[in-house]
Design a protein around this ligand. Structure first.
Ligand code: ADE
Length: 433
């Protein structure tokens, strides 16, 4: 890259191939990836296929994902499938530095991600990935796509297609498509059943509890745990908090979801009421300003507040800072806000997604299906993108079905088939009692 451009974009010379915390961590990262791969049989199957058939031969991919051991395995599949991939983090606090080092050093990949990077570095890393002039994007939260459509429109004409991993990203992309500004087709991986029914529900459920416990080491049994949002992530989180012995309170804006939460056995109330009684609070709504100043002011002394939604905007942390007279980090990932009203509120992981900030994100076994969806959707795009319009598309149903079947096979589980008579019955309407 010419020196003048590098300076213009505030890049350091050594950042051109990778920018990771410490390449000396590579061996630890390699082992971590190997451990994850053992629980990812579907992705291993896809790896075997891609290595032989090279469905991604010659394509350039910009990936903006949480840089974890599971993502490392996905990157390997894309590379062995023929793609050249540049990877940056989709959140400043979610990178596993040893995995980033392993990808950069051992696999020779272009990686730009450091855990705890500030916002300027986070966006610089996105820029570095975009400098590879991608033909395909693989995003988690749609920050990469958003920068492409605002600050880097000059690159858009080269982009043929993309995939999006998460609910928040899909919401943003659908808004772009509705306003007619989306420039290329994107497959919403999150919409696949083998993604959200497992990753969002069981993955978020377990990893969020894991993150809160690793950060605080507090007992959940007997506590009041407030879950804000009863989508797939909220359902999973409520289920697991209940399993830990907590009394679960659900906060919702959607009457249907609120009803479902009640019939699932939880108490439902507005956040203004829940604020007074919760010991733990966790937002998983995908929206902003869910817990605000007036709610922080009502909380009990010692309340613990976390977010497991994609962005930290779910908590109004500026308002919390305004009503605090003192702040300090009391332990890793726990910040104490001493309020002017004499009470203390503890915010975990700067309000960023706690399952990746203080824990390791979703377990490999669920990411197995999410990332098989990513890899197969990208291969589908590489073949079909020219027939697609600049809209948000679901994962093709045969891919979803195939991943479910492969996952069962990987688990050694067999299921029944319909008999010919049962098939006929399902296709007919004449037969009654
Ligand atoms: N999102 C949630 N958990 C994740 C993980 N383990 N790897 C990548 N993205 C994730």
């Amino acid at each position: 890259m010419p020196e003048k451009n590098r300076q213009k974009r505030n890049l350091r010379p050594q950042d051109t191939h990778y920018d990771v915390k410490d390449v000396g961590l590579a061996e630890k990262g390699r082992l971590r990836m190997e451990w994850a791969a053992q629980s990812m049989p579907v992705l291993q199957q896809v790896l075997g296929e891609f290595t032989k058939t090279k469905p991604l031969e010659g394509i350039r991919v910009a990936a903006c994902l949480h840089v974890t051991s599971e993502t490392g395995n996905l990157m390997k599949v894309l590379r062995d499938g023929g793609a050249s991939v540049a990877l940056c983090a989709s959140n400043p606090l979610s990178t596993q530095d040893d995995v980033a080092a392993a990808l950069a050093k051992e696999k020779g990949m272009e990686v730009f991600a450091i855990k705890g990077e500030d916002n300027a570095t986070y966006y610089r890393h996105i820029e570095q990935v975009l400098q590879r002039e991608p033909q395909y994007t693989m995003d988690d939260g749609a920050d990469l796509v958003s920068i492409l459509h605002t600050q880097r429109r000059n690159l858009l004409s080269k982009v043929l297609g993309g995939t999006e991993e998460t609910t928040t990203g899909v919401i943003r992309l659908k808004a772009m498509a509705d306003k007619g500004v989306l420039a290329y087709p994107i497959i919403a991986v999150n919409e696949a059943k083998t993604k959200h029914l497992f990753d969002n529900r069981y993955g978020t459920g377990q990893s969020t509890i894991d993150g809160i416990i690793r950060a605080t080491n507090r007992l959940m049994a007997g506590s009041s745990f407030v879950v804000c949002g009863y989508g797939w992530c909220g359902r999973g989180l409520a289920m697991r908090a209940h399993g830990m012995g907590a009394h679960v309170i659900v906060v919702e804006v959607d009457p249907l979801k609120a009803l479902e939460a009640i019939m699932d056995g939880y108490q439902v109330m507005p956040i203004a009421e829940a604020a007074k009684v919760g010991d733990f609070f966790c937002t998983v709504t995908g929206n902003k300003g869910v817990i605000r100043k007036e709610h922080f002011l009502r909380m009990q002394d010692g309340a613990i507040v976390a977010n497991s939604g994609h962005f930290n905007v779910e908590l109004d942390l500026e308002a919390l800072a305004d009503i605090a007279k003192e702040r300090r980090i009391i332990r890793d990932y726990v910040e104490e806000f001493s309020l002017k009203n004499g009470k203390r509120v503890y915010v975990l992981g700067e309000g960023r997604l706690i399952n990746l900030a203080s824990a390791e994100g979703h377990p490999s076994s669920v990411m197995d299906m999410s990332f098989a969806n990513q890899a197969l959707s990208l291969a589908y795009l590489a073949q079909n993108c020219r027939e697609l319009k600049p809209q948000v598309y679901p994962v093709p149903a045969p891919i979803d079905q195939r991943i479910a079947a492969l996952k069962l096979k990987g688990m050694g589980v067999k299921i029944d088939r319909l008999t010919p008579e049962q098939k006929r019955y399902l296709e007919s309407w004449e037969e009654g009692t």
